[in-house]
Ligand binder design. Structure first.
Ligand code: GDP
Length: 440
């Protein structure tokens, strides 16, 4: 995410890092570079200018005799201003009505349907809500089907009327159904077009008038840079949106949309999409995003994602097995599945401070576990629970069955043995302490 911008900013700071104190000259030089980096990241021209002007004022206004080195001071000011640029505080959803209504808007392909599923999943899991998804994209025949697929993945019902083209009627009926069935949130997925057109705007406007939603969200593909910002402005002018959802931040997005939208449209970014999977979504936190842009990692989001996947019952069960030295390959496989659910591996690793840059060119993808999974899945149930019976002929068979080779199988079994040994050493008081920490 924003790798190029991170690199460029870091290079800009090099100028001032070697200096003994802040001067007009070194500040100006550094900021010239910062501004160029922002423009290359497709940040709106005016936004970039105001940004560097503010940073300059703040830097020169600081007492030059402070103990802080100029380089550190500059990084801190840029960090804080980046966070301010993106909105400062994180702004959540305001869901007051029952059912609360969330209306999705945006162009075709921006990720509305995917995000509708992600949001339903988030609300269901974290806030224990009972959402209903509503299919109001009545033009593309595949749209209803796509929403159903997404809904099924997250275990949420869908309301649709395949033969009805009147979206206001569909949504109104859906709300009635939600009331009858006790759904406390209704998420309305709507039709987009390839570009802004009057008919689409009119339809979504009528929907908004009729439903009076708690939240009107505008979903936009962050890869489209300044176009994203312009489209956001058009939608906001017409719909008075409550928040922006930036999708596809996992691609090589340069960052322009994330950094300009808040200032240009004056509406907060509320969520970001970071992948195609239903779990690949984060609540937007300007501070944390600034941390990530400056290569400081985002350990808080990483821990939150881990917590979402953390199942206390499962952890207790596992703890018991470890204590009895019964941790087996089935448990191993389950752990891998949990990690995979947390999202793209490279993206996860980049949230760890200092790691993002270090692994920039390393190829870590979600296939990293493929070999391991194939090997474990080629084991018989008995072998998985009793790894000690894995003799040479069994290992040969597993290698063949998994399409790997004997070395890989041996390596995995060896690693597994070592893990088990380590776990055995940790059982007893240490383990109890760790479990206590995890449940806090
Ligand atoms: P809609 O037309 O606005 O409903 O957009 P879709 O939800 O159908 O999304 C269009 C495409 O973008 C699909 O292939 C999605 O899988 C993909 N997509 C959506 N959100 C993300 C995201 O955050 N990251 C990535 N990489 N792909 C996404």
């Amino acid at each position: 995410m924003f790798e190029n911008l991170s690199d460029r900013l870091e290079r800009s700071f090099k100028i001032i890092k070697g200096e003994g104190k802040i001067t007009e000259i070194n500040v100006a030089e550094t900021l010239k570079d910062v501004r160029r980096a922002l423009l290359d990241a497709d940040v709106n021209y005016k936004v970039a200018k105001t940004f560097t002007d503010t940073v300059k004022q703040k830097a020169l206004g600081m007492n030059v005799l402070t103990a802080v080195k100029p380089g550190q001071l500059m990084v801190k000011i840029v960090h804080d201003e980046l966070a301010t640029l993106m909105g400062g505080e994180s702004v959540g959803l305001q869901l007051t009505n029952r059912p609360a209504i969330i209306l999705m808007s945006g162009l075709q392909g921006s990720g509305k349907t995917t995000f509708s599923g992600k949001l339903a999943n988030l609300l269901k899991g974290k806030q224990h809500k009972n959402p209903l998804l509503v299919a109001c994209d009545v033009y593309r025949p595949a749209a209803i089907e796509q929403l159903k697929v997404v809904a099924q993945q997250v275990g949420v019902p869908v309301y649709s009327e395949p033969d009805n083209k009147n979206v206001v009627e569909i949504a109104t009926n859906a709300i009635r159904e939600a009331k009858a069935k006790g759904n406390d949130v209704v998420i309305v997925d709507t039709a987009g077009r390839l570009a802004v057109d009057e008919e689409m705007m009119d339809e979504i406007y009528r929907l908004k008038q009729a439903l009076n939603p708690d939240e009107t969200l505008f979903v936009v593909d962050s890869m489209t840079g300044q176009d994203a910002v312009n489209t956001a402005r058009e939608f906001n002018d017409r719909l008075d949106i409550d928040g922006v959802v930036l999708t596809k931040l996992d691609g090589d997005t340069r960052g322009g949309a994330a950094l300009s939208i808040r200032t240009v449209v004056t509406k907060p970014i509320k969520f970001v999409g970071t992948g195609e999977k239903m779990e690949a979504v984060d609540v937007f936190h300007p501070e944390r995003m600034a941390d990530r842009i400056l290569g400081m990692g985002d350990i808080v989001s990483l821990v939150e994602r881990a917590q979402e996947q953390f199942d206390e019952e499962e952890a207790k069960r596992l703890q018991k097995k470890i204590q009895k030295n019964k941790f087996d390959f089935n448990d191993f496989l389950k752990q891998i599945e949990q990690i995979k659910k947390m999202g793209n591996l490279k993206d996860l690793a980049s949230m760890i401070p200092g790691v993002g840059k270090a692994i920039k060119d390393v190829d870590i993808d979600d296939n990293a576990f493929k070999g391991i999974e194939a090997i474990i899945k080629s084991m018989t149930p008995k072998e998985r629970t009793n790894p000690e019976i894995l003799n040479n002929s069994r290992r040969q068979r597993i290698a063949k069955g998994s399409g790997t080779n004997i070395q890989e199988v041996n390596k995995l079994i060896k690693q597994f043995d070592q893990t088990r040994k380590m776990m055995k050493m940790m059982t007893g008081s240490n383990m109890a302490k760790m479990a206590g920490m995890a449940s806090k």
